[in-house]
Design a binder for this molecule. Structure first.
Ligand code: GUN
Length: 292
């Protein structure tokens, strides 16, 4: 059994990007500039956005953080999106989700210029992904694919079960792993809250991806001997033993599931750092797509 070190792989990618930035500098080309829009003070979202900005600093990208109070009006946010769309100094930007209930997330996502949509959430980019046209792949699924690629995990012909059908993770990942590509060519089952006989279906998985958001959801009896298990869950749970008073918990009962696996990702230190690495890769790609 191998514990996949997502942090180390993400560091490797950031080093590669750092070199790419230095090469651009030498050639007198523009340095990638990422902007992140954060609404409200949700502590997890604030940490995610801060980590994205920190990754930019590490690599040598420029970054701008725009922070609104959670009472911001939808039209103010949409006007900011439009300003970022037309700002030539910004190569790509994200609006951190979730947004407060009074703001229509889909409306905001659709307002982002698809050529600056480094999160890959715009319907145009999702459509491009389906038909293999150039565009941005959503950061978490793309990070998982990069992890599969760099760990030489064979996907062709494998049964892949994904639990959770969110627009951000499960749904796009099911398409990416089912495509005629490498990684890809899996026989994908996308399981969700209405799935019957979930345990029996999950037990068929050669590659199991858990993206439910419920700590310990995947128990050892649900996992086939020799499976590869990728845990996307990042739920904060109270833990008075830690300095912060909480810790991150994945969807998988790691202690009991790990001994059955050939490979497994931990939480933290598995998929999380890969999401940031692939967002950074998308930022560089944003420049390349525009021929900058
Ligand atoms: N919220 C949870 N994951 C993500 C992500 O990858 N991008 C954005 N913008 N918001 C998120």
């Amino acid at each position: 059994m191998e514990i996949i070190d997502g942090k180390a792989i993400s560091k490797e990618i950031k080093e590669e990007l750092k070199i790419a930035v230095q090469e651009r500098k030498v050639k007198g080309k523009k340095i990638p500039h990422l902007a992140a829009v954060l609404v409200g003070a949700d502590s997890a979202s604030m940490t995610y956005v801060q980590n994205k900005v920190k990754a930019c600093e590490e690599i040598g990208f420029e970054s701008t953080l725009i922070h609104y109070d959670d009472s911001v009006a939808e039209d103010v946010l949409l006007a900011k999106v439009e300003a970022l769309n037309t700002d030539r100094s910004i190569d790509g930007f994200i609006v951190q989700l979730p947004l407060p209930k009074h703001i229509d997330e889909l409306k905001v996502t659709q307002a982002i210029d698809p050529l600056k949509d480094i999160d890959g959430f715009h319907p145009r980019n999702l459509g491009n992904m389906v038909v293999h046209l150039p565009g941005f792949l959503p950061a978490t699924p793309a990070g998982i694919l990069e992890l599969i690629r760099r760990k030489n995990i064979v996907t062709e012909g494998k049964n892949c079960v994904i639990i959770g059908r969110s627009n951000i993770v499960g749904m796009p990942l099911s398409i990416m792993l089912g495509r005629n590509a490498n990684p890809g060519n899996c026989t994908v089952t996308l399981a969700h809250s209405k799935t019957n006989n979930l345990s029996a279906i999950v037990r068929q998985a050669d590659i199991l991806i858990a993206a439910v958001g419920q700590p310990g959801f995947v128990t050892a009896d649900m996992v086939k001997e020799g499976a590869v298990v990728i845990d996307v869950g990042t739920t904060r749970i109270e833990d008075p033993k830690t300095a912060k008073g909480w810790r991150l918990a994945g969807d998988v009962d790691f202690e009991k599931v790990a001994p059955k696996c050939t490979m497994i990702t931990p939480v933290p230190g598995g998929v999380g750092p890969m999401t940031i690495a692939s967002l950074m890769m998308n930022t560089l790609k944003a420049m390349e797509l525009k021929g900058k």
